[in-house]
Structures are given as structure tokens and as C-alpha cells.
Design a protein around this ligand. Structure first.
Ligand code: HEC
Ligand code: HEC
Ligand code: HEC
Ligand code: HEC
Ligand code: HEC
Ligand code: HEC
Ligand code: HEC
Ligand code: HEC
Ligand code: HEC
Ligand code: HEC
Length: 459
């Protein structure tokens, strides 16, 4: 019978869907999630791609909760950047018409994922000239911009979409005609230990015989000696402060807790732990995954580092932390791209060697960490920013916290706009001329001429 057949067909259809659905569902939650990725995930996010729920909070359709996921990781730094195009600018009714073509209140309008064929630099999935949608009139409003095309707005560090802290006109005018190298070229020095000692003047440093090493399985005399000479013994941090029996498993143990170092550091170094989790090195821990492994990297890494992973103890030997070792040697224990390997040929590396050998003053050397983990002032404290993505892209974000301590703005801007120079890790010099400054110079001259003219007319 026709009807029966039809029904049978439907029945098979349901059966097939159920079976396929179960296989998909199983894979999505327990099996190979990679199968469901519509395409390659971006450079910035591939390390967390297997944790779909890091972004797809509730479902794969709705983008509202996803917006919150983006803000969880990026909100703080966009706020700090005084985002030039924040959501609130577009909820202002006067700007409502601008959203007709492009919903700028949603991150995913411009940053779609898993679509490498349309993804450009900085994870942007808009055509390069998209600024046109809202700034059509700029050529009429500003004579200086008449001849620019809309795909050149972000060229050579002229404008960013979110972060223009080092690019606005007044700032450029203030830093016009600075020398390439400033007279007092130096960086701040982290001062947590000094602040601690000041507050705890009367507390004597712990000695070998004070150690609580009995409580730690596998303790050796070598470890006790290292510890006794470390900042931690000075600051009265004993073995048991980190080797709390609740979260501690020895490395030889079968049940190694990956978060051991993070868990045991966070009670005293909350700031470093928080910023570490916000950057690429720590982003997996931020979404509840095991620490990042070198073998998952897309960037070139040393062959013999493939087994290593990233926690606090990767750069800091917990028993004798050495900040100088952490600042370059540690990095070069993993990174082996062209830029990283060229560091040793640079004037900066020479300045760092002079600082370490004591021939130059503390603060005058430039290590990998000087640029990627800048020293940041908060009140009286100078601490080390552990989010190594914060100054990375667009790289004009490195100007204020790093380069401008030592170089003039135009020289440093020109250097950061030069890809070959970056690949060489700044190991040769360049002429400092940058298009934004030419523009500002022209405008200032015009302004001066207008003023003179007015003066003449008055006289
Ligand atoms: C870093 C954040 C992030 C992670 C992690 C992530 N996605 Fe996505 N995904 C996105 C964004 C953003 C979009 C685009 C949404 C839009 O267009 O509104 C998207 C879109 C999708 C789409 C729809 C594609 C389309 O063409 O419409 C699917 C399916 C998807 N993701 C699957 C996954 C799966 C499966 C995982 C885990 C294995 C995953 N995603 C992990 C951010 C992420
Ligand atoms: C109208 C398009 C647009 C929207 C909407 C948008 N962005 Fe962007 N975003 C860009 C462009 C363009 C860049 C490239 C760098 C630049 O010009 O600042 C960028 C760069 C970035 C970067 C890397 C560089 C940086 O400045 O930190 C992050 C992170 C980022 N966007 C996050 C977000 C988040 C989170 C949202 C949602 C709150 C969002 N973006 C909404 C256009 C957009
Ligand atoms: C688990 C935290 C996390 C979540 C969730 C997350 N991001 Fe990111 N994102 C990062 C980190 C860390 C980087 C920096 C990677 C680097 O250093 O290259 C990054 C990089 C970016 C970039 C710049 C890409 C580049 O080339 O460096 C953009 C744009 C961006 N994210 C937008 C988004 C948007 C939009 C969402 C929401 C769909 C989102 N992010 C969700 C952590 C996150
Ligand atoms: C969806 C609309 C929209 C898009 C797309 C857009 N802008 Fe804007 N932009 C605005 C609005 C609104 C303002 C605020 C104007 C104001 O406050 O007078 C603004 C302000 C600015 C400012 C001045 C910021 C300040 O605070 O001084 C710059 C520079 C700028 N945009 C550059 C860009 C660039 C470059 C692009 C493309 C990468 C872009 N915009 C894309 C809407 C947009
Ligand atoms: C600042 C926190 C901290 C202090 C203080 C500390 N440890 Fe550790 N210890 C760690 C961490 C983190 C590891 C794991 C290192 C790793 O994963 O590579 C570790 C590892 C160990 C191990 C395993 C073997 C090894 O070398 O990795 C032993 C044994 C040990 N510590 C003993 C001690 C003794 C004894 C003291 C006191 C004299 C002490 N620790 C003080 C954090 C600390
Ligand atoms: C009980 C508190 C406590 C714990 C737990 C602790 N530290 Fe410390 N640590 C301190 C104090 C106090 C100082 C000195 C002041 C400062 O730098 O904050 C210090 C200093 C440091 C320094 C700077 C060394 C220098 O030469 O200036 C590093 C690096 C460090 N700790 C790493 C770690 C790591 C990694 C862990 C976890 C494995 C950890 N600490 C756990 C209290 C602690
Ligand atoms: C990628 C390497 C790296 C990792 C991983 C790392 N650090 Fe650091 N850390 C450094 C470097 C480099 C410095 C010193 C930089 C300088 O002096 O310019 C430093 C400085 C410090 C200091 C002393 C200066 C300050 O900020 O007050 C503390 C404390 C510290 N780190 C704790 C931690 C903790 C806790 C973790 C784990 C969340 C961690 N670090 C992970 C490289 C690292
Ligand atoms: C244990 C190995 C290891 C050590 C040590 C290490 N890194 Fe990394 N680093 C990585 C891995 C893995 C990534 C992610 C690469 C990827 O996903 O392709 C990364 C990413 C980065 C990035 C982001 C690159 C980008 O394009 O988004 C920077 C910058 C960086 N590291 C700088 C440093 C600096 C500076 C140090 C020393 C203070 C350091 N790293 C120490 C393994 C390491
Ligand atoms: C004078 C500042 C400076 C110094 C010193 C420096 N870097 Fe960089 N680094 C940069 C800039 C600028 C970029 C490019 C950011 C961009 O535009 O994408 C970069 C990019 C990177 C990247 C990403 C490379 C890629 O292909 O995506 C890694 C990894 C990195 N640096 C690691 C290191 C390591 C490791 C050292 C020390 C051996 C170091 N850097 C020294 C400024 C510096
Ligand atoms: C602590 C100070 C300091 C910081 C921070 C610093 N530099 Fe330098 N830089 C120097 C010194 C010193 C030299 C050597 C100057 C000389 O020999 O004439 C130098 C040289 C250079 C050179 C020329 C190299 C050569 O071989 O002549 C470039 C390009 C450069 N720096 C770019 C940068 C950029 C871009 C930044 C920020 C990402 C930066 N520097 C951060 C101190 C610094």
C-alpha cells in the first residue's frame, strides 16, 4: 500500500536521523569535536577551540550569550583601551541609522569565527574598506583626508578601530620632533619585594633550619638550600605555604594536578595569575582546560620543547625564582620563530647583557619581557603584566607602555610599522618618518599661518 510505504519511508527517516543525531551528539560532547568545526579557528583562539562552550555559551545559534563570552575575556582590556567604538556609542539613538548596514553592537558582526577564507589580520572578517559605512563624509569634513581611500584607514598605524590611545592628533602633536633615543631611556623596576620589606621590617628571613620540608614528600637538601636563598624565604613563605597537602601532588606521583603552580601561587600573587589567564599563554586555564602545550602551537617552537606546558613554574623555578632568567632565557627555551631568534643580534639584547652584568643601570636593558610583559604602575606598586597578548596586536599598543620610555614617538611608530624590522627583532636602524606625523606637521603649520594672518590683519 502506498500509504504504508510512505509511512515506512518516514519511519526510516526518523531512525536515520536518530542514529546520526546520536553519533553527532556523542561526538560533540564526548568525542572528536573537531569534526563539527565549520572551518579553521583563528590564530588568536585555536588554543581553546575544543572548548566550544568558551564562546557558544548556550547553543550554536544565538549570538547574545556569545557576546558575553567575548566580553569575559576581552572586556577589561577594551575598557582600558577606552574603546573608540564601544557598544554604548551605537545604542545612542542619534547613531541608530549607522547600524542599518552593519550591526556594530555585536562582536560577531566583524569577528566571525572558523572562516579563514574571509578572515584578515587581527581576526577581522570585514572587507578592508568597511569604515566607509559610517565615515563616508570624512573626505569633505577633513581636507587632509580627501585623497585617502577607505582601505587605507588602518595603514601604517594611522587608526585602529578599538584602541587609539597612541594615535590621536593631540598626542602626536605633543610628541612631535622628539629625538630617536631619549636622554633618560629606561624602564621602571618591579618593586613588590621592596614594598614587602618596607612593610615587614621587623620580620627576619627564614633560614634552612626553619623549613617545613618534613611535610613535603621527596624533599632534598638541594631544594632546601635553593629555597633558603630565595625571595620566598626572605618573605617568610615556607614549603608548606605552597605544598598544601590539599592541592599538592608530587611530580613523581601518578595523579599530577596541572594547576598545581597556579593554585598554590594565586593566594599571594592574584594580580599575576589573573593577567596570565587573560593572555594567550594562560587562556586555556581560563576556560577550565589543561595548560597550553607547546606541541599544540601553530607558531614555530623548539623541537625539544614539544613536551612542555605553560604554568607559573615554566618560567619561574618555584624554589629559586630568577626574574632575569625568566625574561629572555625562559622564552628562548620554547620560541624559535625568526623574530625571537633574531633578538640576540639586536642593540636591545646588548643593552640587556650590559644590565645583567652590572655595567649599565637597572632599567636600561630591553629583554623579551620588556616588550611582551611590560612593567605597569598601579599606585605605588610596579608589577609585571603577565598577559603577553595585551601589547601585541595592533602593535601600536606597545608604544605607550614600552617604547615611549626610551624612544621618540615618530621613530618608534615608524619602527612598529615596518614588518621586516620586526622580523629582524629591531636589529638595524631606520629613518624616522611616519605619514601621520607628516599630516600633523602640515596641520600645525597651517594653523600657525592662519594665526599669523589674523595677527597681520589686526595690525
Ligand atoms: C573563540 C570563540 C569560539 C569557539 C571556542 C568556538 N566557536 Fe564556533 N563560532 C564562533 C563565532 C564568533 C561564530 C560566528 C557566529 C556568528 O556568525 O554569529 C561561530 C560559528 C560557529 C558555527 C556556525 C557556522 C556558520 O557557518 O554559521 C558552528 C557550527 C560552530 N561555530 C561550531 C563550533 C564548534 C563545534 C566549536 C567547538 C569544537 C566551536 N564552534 C568553538 C566562536 C567560537
Ligand atoms: C564594526 C566592526 C567591529 C566590531 C563590531 C568589533 N570589532 Fe574588534 N576589531 C575590529 C577591527 C577593524 C580590528 C582591527 C584592529 C583595529 O583596527 O583596532 C579589531 C580588533 C580586535 C581585537 C584585537 C586587537 C585589539 O585592539 O585588542 C580584539 C581583541 C577585538 N577586536 C575584540 C572585539 C570584541 C570583543 C568585540 C565586541 C565587543 C569587537 N571586537 C567588535 C572591528 C570590530
Ligand atoms: C577564553 C578567552 C577568550 C574568549 C572566550 C574569546 N577570546 Fe578573543 N582572544 C583571546 C586571547 C587570549 C587572544 C589573543 C591571542 C594572541 O595573543 O594572539 C584573543 C584574540 C582575539 C582577537 C585578535 C585576533 C588576533 O589576530 O590576535 C579578536 C578579534 C578576538 N579575540 C575577538 C573575540 C571575539 C569576538 C570573541 C567572542 C566570539 C572572543 N574573542 C572570545 C581570548 C578569548
Ligand atoms: C557602524 C559605524 C562605524 C564604523 C563601521 C566605523 N566607525 Fe568610526 N566612529 C563611529 C562613531 C559613531 C564614532 C563617534 C563619532 C563621534 O563621537 O563624534 C566614530 C569615531 C571614530 C573616530 C574618532 C574617535 C575619537 O574618539 O576621537 C575614529 C578615528 C574612527 N571612528 C575611525 C574609524 C575607522 C578607522 C573605522 C574602520 C576601521 C571606523 N571608524 C568604522 C562609527 C563607526
Ligand atoms: C613558592 C611556592 C613553593 C615553595 C615555597 C616551595 N615549593 Fe616545592 N614546588 C613548588 C611547585 C610549583 C613545584 C612543581 C614544579 C613543577 O611543576 O615543575 C614544586 C616541586 C617540589 C618537589 C617535586 C620535585 C621537583 O623538584 O619538582 C619537591 C620535592 C618540593 N617541591 C619540595 C619543596 C621543599 C622541601 C620546600 C621548602 C624548602 C619547597 N618545595 C618550597 C612550589 C613551591
Ligand atoms: C604565601 C604567599 C606566597 C605564595 C603561596 C607564593 N608566593 Fe611568590 N612571593 C611572595 C612574596 C611575599 C614575594 C615578595 C613580594 C612580591 O614579589 O610579591 C614573592 C615573590 C615572588 C617572585 C619574585 C621574585 C623576585 O626575585 O622578585 C616570584 C617570581 C614568585 N614569588 C613566584 C611565585 C610562584 C610561581 C608561586 C607559586 C608556585 C608563588 N610565588 C607562591 C609570596 C608568595
Ligand atoms: C612566560 C614566562 C612567565 C610565566 C609563565 C609567568 N611569569 Fe611571572 N614573570 C616573568 C618575567 C619575565 C618576570 C619579570 C619581568 C621583568 O622584570 O621585566 C616575571 C615577574 C613575576 C613576579 C615579580 C614581579 C611582579 O609582578 O611583581 C611575580 C610575583 C611573578 N612573576 C609571578 C608569576 C605567577 C604567579 C605566575 C603564574 C600565573 C607567573 N609569574 C607566570 C615571566 C613569567
Ligand atoms: C613552555 C614554552 C613557552 C615559554 C617558556 C614561553 N612561551 Fe610564549 N608561547 C608559547 C606557546 C605554546 C604559545 C602559543 C603559540 C600558538 O598558539 O601558536 C606562545 C605564545 C606567545 C606569544 C603570542 C604570539 C602570538 O602571535 O599571538 C608571545 C608574544 C609570547 N608567547 C611571548 C613569550 C615571551 C616573551 C616569553 C618569555 C617571557 C615566552 N613567550 C615564554 C610557549 C612558550
Ligand atoms: C623591542 C620590543 C620587542 C622585543 C625586545 C621582543 N619582541 Fe617579540 N614582538 C614585538 C613586536 C612589535 C611584535 C609584532 C606584533 C605584531 O605586530 O604582530 C612581536 C611579535 C612576537 C611574537 C609573535 C610572532 C608571530 O609570528 O606572530 C612572538 C612569539 C614574540 N614576539 C616573542 C618574542 C621573544 C621570545 C623575544 C625575546 C627573545 C621577543 N619577542 C623580543 C616586539 C618585541
Ligand atoms: C629601556 C629602553 C628601551 C626600550 C623600552 C626600547 N628601546 Fe629600542 N633601543 C634602545 C637603545 C638603548 C637602543 C640602541 C640605540 C643606539 O645604539 O643608538 C635601541 C635601538 C632601537 C632601534 C635601532 C636598532 C639599531 O640597531 O640601531 C630600534 C628600531 C628600536 N630600538 C625600536 C624600539 C621599539 C619599536 C621599541 C618598543 C617596542 C623599543 N625600541 C623599546 C632602548 C630601548
Amino acid at each position: 500500500m502506498k500509504e504504508g510505504k510512505g509511512f515506512g519511508f518516514l519511519h526510516y527517516g526518523i531512525l536515520v536521523s536518530v542514529v546520526l543525531g546520536t553519533i553527532f551528539g556523542y561526538n560533540l560532547f564526548y568525542g572528536d569535536r573537531q569534526l563539527f568545526l565549520p572551518g579553521k579557528t583563528t590564530h588568536g583562539h585555536h588554543q581553546v577551540e575544543m572548548q566550544c562552550s568558551a564562546c557558544h555559551v548556550e547553543s550554536f545559534e544565538s549570538s547574545e550569550p556569545m557576546q558575553q563570552a567575548c566580553m569575559n575575556c576581552h572586556g577589561e582590556s577594551l575598557d582600558k583601551a577606552r574603546d573608540t567604538h564601544p557598544k554604548k556609542k551605537f545604542t545612542d539613538p542619534r547613531n541608530a541609522d549607522l547600524l542599518a548596514n552593519l550591526d556594530a553592537t555585536k562582536c560577531a558582526t566583524c569577528h566571525v569565527e572558523h572562516s579563514p577564507e574571509i578572515t584578515g589580520e587581527f581576526g577581522v572578517t570585514m572587507p578592508e574598506d568597511f569604515c566607509f559605512y559610517c565615515h563616508q563624509e570624512i573626505g569633505q569634513e577633513r581636507e587632509s583626508h580627501q585623497d585617502y581611500s577607505f582601505d587605507s584607514c588602518s595603514d601604517a598605524g594611522c587608526h585602529n578601530y578599538h584602541d587609539n590611545r597612541a594615535l590621536y592628533e593631540k598626542f602626536l602633536a605633543k610628541h612631535l620632533d622628539e629625538p630617536n633615543l631619549l636622554d633618560n631611556a629606561e624602564l621602571r623596576i618591579p618593586n613588590a619585594v621592596d614594598l614587602w620589606l618596607k612593610k615587614n621590617r621587623d620580620k627576619p628571613a627564614l633560614q634552612q633550619q626553619d623549613s617545613s620540608s618534613d611535610a613535603v614528600p621527596g624533599a632534598t637538601q638541594g631544594i632546601v638550600e635553593d629555597w633558603a636563598q630565595s625571595v620566598h624565604a626572605t618573605a617568610q613563605v615556607n614549603c608548606a605555604n605552597c605544598h598544601d597537602s590539599n592541592n599538592w601532588v608530587t611530580r613523581e606521583g601518578t595523579n599530577v594536578n596541572h594547576n598545581i603552580s597556579i593554585d598554590s601561587c594565586v593566594s599571594c600573587h592574584e594580580r599575576q595569575v589573573r593577567s596570565f589567564r587573560q593572555g594567550l599563554h594562560g587562556m586555556r586555564l581560563a576556560v577550565g582546560m589543561p595548560p597550553m602545550r607547546v606541541k599544540d602551537a601553530r607558531l614555530p617552537m623548539l623541537e625539544d620543547a614539544q613536551h612542555r606546558s605553560l604554568t607559573c613554574a615554566t618560567c619561574h623555578d618555584p624554589h629559586k625564582p630568577d626574574l632575569r632568567q625568566a625574561a629572555t632565557e625562559a622564552c628562548l627555551g620554547c620560541h624559535s620563530d625568526e623574530h625571537s631568534l633574531n633578538y640576540r643580534n639586536s642593540a636591545h639584547a646588548r643593552s640587556w647583557e650590559l644590565e645583567i652584568s652590572g655595567e649599565a643601570a637597572a632599567g636600561t636593558g630591553v629583554s623579551c619581557a620588556s616588550c611582551h610583559m611590560p612593567r605597569t604602575k598601579k599606585g605605588k606598586a610596579v608589577f609585571v603584566e603577565h598577559n603577553q597578548s595585551l601589547t601585541l596586536e595592533p602593535n601600536s599598543k606597545m608604544l605607550r607602555p614600552v617604547c615611549l620610555n626610551c624612544h621618540g614617538l615618530e621613530f618608534a611608530s615608524a619602527a612598529l610599522a615596518d614588518r621586516d624590522l620586526i622580523n629582524s627583532n629591531f636589529s638595524y636602524s631606520i629613518s624616522s618618518s611616519h605619514p601621520s606625523f607628516a599630516l600633523v606637521r602640515k596641520r600645525l603649520l597651517e594653523k600657525k599661518a592662519r594665526k599669523q594672518k589674523r595677527q597681520q590683519e589686526k595690525n
